[in-house]
Design a protein around this ligand. Structure first.
Ligand SMILES: NC(=O)c1ccc[n+]([C@@H]2O[C@H](COP(=O)([O-])OP(=O)(O)OC[C@H]3O[C@@H](n4cnc5c(N)ncnc54)[C@H](OP(=O)(O)O)[C@@H]3O)[C@@H](O)[C@H]2O)c1
Length: 334
């Protein structure tokens, strides 16, 4: 791999794309050249990188000639069509969509957990689902110490997880409600302002949503733990940024709050914020814009043997998307 790679951001104008550009800059990734790509609608727009105005180009089949690393965040159908073309052109794709995550030939990587899997790539590496990534940042260190069997979890997912249009929808609906106007809906099937929606992604025949099943399927692959089970309810909440997840986890071995806290304190990319007496626990408002996830509300699960409850919060645009992707790109240069 070129030590100062030519990097492309596909979906550069989107909620994740913008964060990718900023994360490359913030982490001083040694970008030799940067190419920004989006749809024809955005061609000619300018986005800032290292103080310069960079033009956005239209994504085309021949966009990947000479590019070393392409960070994709333009949705699953774009990834399915263009990621194989990019890989054929000799570029390593780090893909944020769900298109290739469960493909056996594609590593699915959280660098703090399974960095070694990056080496097995054949041109495409997948970034995990954002809620799964945030949950595993706390669950995996506990798994290493106590051996996880299964979890029951509910997510509280920010609207920016749906993309730039959903951020506008929450803003617009708050204004409409406050000014007594009829509420307009474009992105979500129901009003999201002053409401919560127990519906993220599409429903599967068993009644879970696709988003809910990603925790078990992707969790198994990332933790190399094929027996891991997860029953999850994913909920969209009127929060702009950062996902929260309430988890009850059952382990093979007995777990105490003190032992769990010691494990979590040492976990990379994770802060322990757990002082309920002082009203201190992780909040999406505090975590938004931060690289580290945070865990708190640690307690023995009163309904399960060897069970522990915790509350984990992470900026899904960063650890759930842009930051994780740039960390994978950093591994490619090692
Ligand atoms: N948001 C999150 O927290 C998050 C987390 C993890 C993974 N992801 C995944 O990342 C991807 C992008 O999510 P997002 O939230 O950033 O969505 P978004 O804000 O809606 O942005 C979508 C991006 O894709 C581009 N795009 C759309 N159609 C295109 C086309 N035909 N050709 C080229 N580019 C096209 C858009 O360009 P224009 O501006 O030109 O339309 C825009 O840059 C999705 O696969 C999503 O599942 C998102």
């Amino acid at each position: 791999m070129n030590r100062t790679p030519h990097v492309a951001v596909v979906g550069a104008t989107g909620a994740v794309g913008i964060e990718m550009i900023q994360t490359l800059e913030k982490r001083r990734f040694p970008v030799g050249k940067l190419t920004l790509l989006a749809s024809a609608r955005s061609a000619g727009k300018k986005l800032k990188f290292q103080g310069a105005d960079m033009p956005v180009g239209e994504l085309k089949k021949d966009s990947f000639r000479g590019i070393d690393i392409a960070l994709f965040s333009a949705g699953g159908s774009i990834s399915k069509e263009f990621a194989p073309l990019a890989a054929q052109a000799g570029c390593v794709v780090i893909d944020n969509s769900s298109a290739f995550r469960m493909d056996d030939a594609v590593p699915l990587v959280i660098p703090e957990i399974n960095a070694g899997d990056v080496k097995k790539h054949q041109g495409i590496i997948a970034n995990p689902n954002c809620t799964t990534a945030v949950t595993l940042m706390a669950l995996y260190p506990l798994h290493q110490a106590f051996g996880v069997r299964r979890i029951f979890a509910s997510s509280y997912q920010a609207v920016s997880g749906t993309g730039a249009k959903a951020i506008e929808e929450l803003e617009r609906q708050v204004g409409e409600v406050v000014h007594g106007k009829p509420v307009t809906k474009e992105v979500y099937p129901h009003q999201i302002a002053f409401n919560v929606l127990p519906h993220v992604d599409s429903f599967l025949p068993g009644g879970y949503t696709k988003e809910e099943m990603k925790m078990e399927n992707e969790g198994r692959k990332i933790m190399h733990q094929p027996a891991f089970r997860a029953s999850v309810t994913c909920v969209r909440v009127p929060v702009y940024r950062a996902h929260s997840v309430a988890v009850s986890a059952e382990f093979e071995r007995p777990v105490t709050v003190e032992a769990a806290r010691e494990v979590l304190k040492k976990a990379p990319g994770l802060d322990v914020v757990d002082n309920p007496e002082a009203k201190e626990y992780p909040l999406p408002l505090h975590i938004a814009g931060r690289d580290n996830c945070a865990v708190g509300r640690l307690r023995k699960d009163c309904a399960m043997d060897n069970g522990l409850c915790f509350w984990v919060v992470g900026d899904q645009l960063l650890k759930g998307a842009a930051l994780n992707a740039v960390q994978i790109a950093e591994l490619l240069l090692k």
